[in-house]
Design a protein around this ligand. Sequence first.
Ligand SMILES: CC(C)(COP(=O)(O)OP(=O)(O)OC[C@H]1O[C@@H](n2cnc3c(N)ncnc32)[C@H](O)[C@@H]1OP(=O)(O)O)[C@@H](O)C(=O)NCCC(=O)NCCS
Length: 187
Amino acid sequence: MIRLYTDRLLIRDHTESDLATHHELLSDRKVMWFMQDIQTDSIEESELNLKTAIDQTECSDRKYYFFRIEDKFTNEHIGEIGYTVLDFTPVGKIVEVGYFIRDKYWGMGYTKEAFEEVIRFAFEENDVCRILCGCLKENTASEKVMQKCGMIKEAEFKECQWHDGKLKDRVAYRLLRSEWNKNRENK
Ligand SMILES: CC(C)(COP(=O)(O)OP(=O)(O)OC[C@H]1O[C@@H](n2cnc3c(N)ncnc32)[C@H](O)[C@@H]1OP(=O)(O)O)[C@@H](O)C(=O)NCCC(=O)NCCS
């Protein structure tokens, strides 16, 4: 069971008792506006999403590292962060990160705090060699989080994702373990 701590947060693997708040967040249309592919419409769908996350915690070749973000003092549910393993290579895993948090907590630095810790965990403890992250170009909050966490812009894809009735642009960011180590040495 993975449990990571920051100044304000506990970032941890899910348990079955998370269902009610997990569903509240995954079915929140405002939060999930940019992530409609994983938005849920029923408690059963949220339960399936949660079960997938929990089942993976037991897997030896784990592909999904989906974590719950909580206030470490009150255990209130703040949001979700995690990554999917895209490839297992001889020099480490290549992963893609995603995150979303309850709107009442937006703009309070929680995602930056959680993402920085997930990056540390990935590179130091989970044999990850490359992290990628992307969002629709208009999702400035998400892109800002990537920039604040030291990610490097790699590409901009024109009209590559259908969203809200039109094709939209995406931005893609990366961080290599070597780049992260270098940044830390320079701090
Ligand atoms: C994207 C999201 C996770 C950002 O979370 P957050 O906790 O509000 O972000 P943080 O408070 O850690 O902000 C990190 C930086 O981004 C900036 N930022 C946050 N929201 C912003 C916004 N709407 N516009 C511009 N900058 C913003 C912050 O000011 C902060 O910079 P600072 O350190 O200079 O102050 C949150 O808005 C969200 O859940 N959105 C819906 C889901 C989503 O879009 N997920 C990403 C899909 S790719």
